[in-house]
Write a protein that binds this ligand. Sequence first.
Ligand code: ZN
Ligand code: ZN
Length: 421
Amino acid sequence: MINYDVLKKYPLCDRCFGRLYAKLLHTTNLERGRALKLAKAIEAEINNDKETLKILARSGVKEIKNIDIETESCPWCRGIFDKVESLINKTIEKLKDYEFKTFLVGTHIPEEIKSLEEEIKTDYMEGIKQEFGRIFGKILAKKINKMPDKENPDIVIHINPYTEEISLQINPLFIKGRYIKKVRGIPQTRWLCGFCKGRGCVYCNYTGKKYPISVEEIIGEPILKATKGKDYRFHGAGREDIDVRMLGDGRPFVIEIKEPKVREIDLKKIEEEINKDGRVEVLDLKFCRRKDKVLIKNTPHRKTYRALVYCEDQISDEDLKKLEEELKDREIYQRTPKRVLHRRADLVRVRKVYKVEANKIDRNNFELIIYCDGGLYIKELISGDEGRTKPSVSSILNKPCYCKELDVIKVHDGETNGRDE
Ligand SMILES: [Zn+2]
Ligand SMILES: [Zn+2]
């Protein structure tokens, strides 16, 4: 049944009254509300029901004879639908600095409107937030000739039509690729000065940084400049130590540009510009989605390393053969290395080495090619970390060994960690 009693308490306008029954009949809220009110008014005239006629007149029915009552303003919409045009113009003005393809409108309504809606709702109602957002989005899309997108909008327009507040949420731009780090001594991400935490001090020569440059900056700065963004974040598929090179066909990464003004950038040109640096090189730059960032950060990949090992004692060909045999498909029990204990929980990780190839260089030096699970600490696999990594190259040979140089030569991003494959 239609609840006309609600009009006794609240003089709802035609559109708002129609919205209470929005799911019935294929018509607009405005037309539905008006039709319901007119039908009721005719019935009230037949019954000479003055009280109902007054209530209907107060809520905007102007056709009733011999009643002189002013229409009261509607407490639900408070006239927000008359402001659509001006709010759209205000929004377009705000959007003019940004390049984007898709958008989403987020409508926000005051608490008191929400409680009113809660009080008068019917099973057939549409929320006023939904109706406003729908109408606003439709007209805006047409005016700016862009598509609404619920899943991955470039920009979210937050609007409160009651207070006329409009703010833009500029979603990040994501670009993926692979990087090669050809030199040692560069950290993967920006590293703040330990003394001043980035503010700048005598120790860091007022740069705020512990290291002058990082892979993140070499890749991020040219992209930031091209996109006119606010800042960027680098997400690598794992990371190598500062003194470790990243060679082969590189390590996958995603770079996230915050609040870009430009989205249509020429990635081939950017690639060339980044590669001028010489220390870091990128390849396969492609636009991607937020989910690629999550995937890249959370999937452990197997790696192949090349390590240059120094042994305190003389090494023999038998030693190297023994290493290859003992480390084939071997589970390594690795307690968190001493050198990373300050930032990682102290626990034992089990990682697998699948294959090792050992090549003698001279009496005390040899090279190891190690194919293993991601997350295995190679320097400790060699030294043994005072018994915290078992077994280790040192423990198998019963001779103290150290990693002198380390390179990642392949990130196997098609293959995840596993015990038995
Ligand atoms: Zn209304
Ligand atoms: Zn400092």
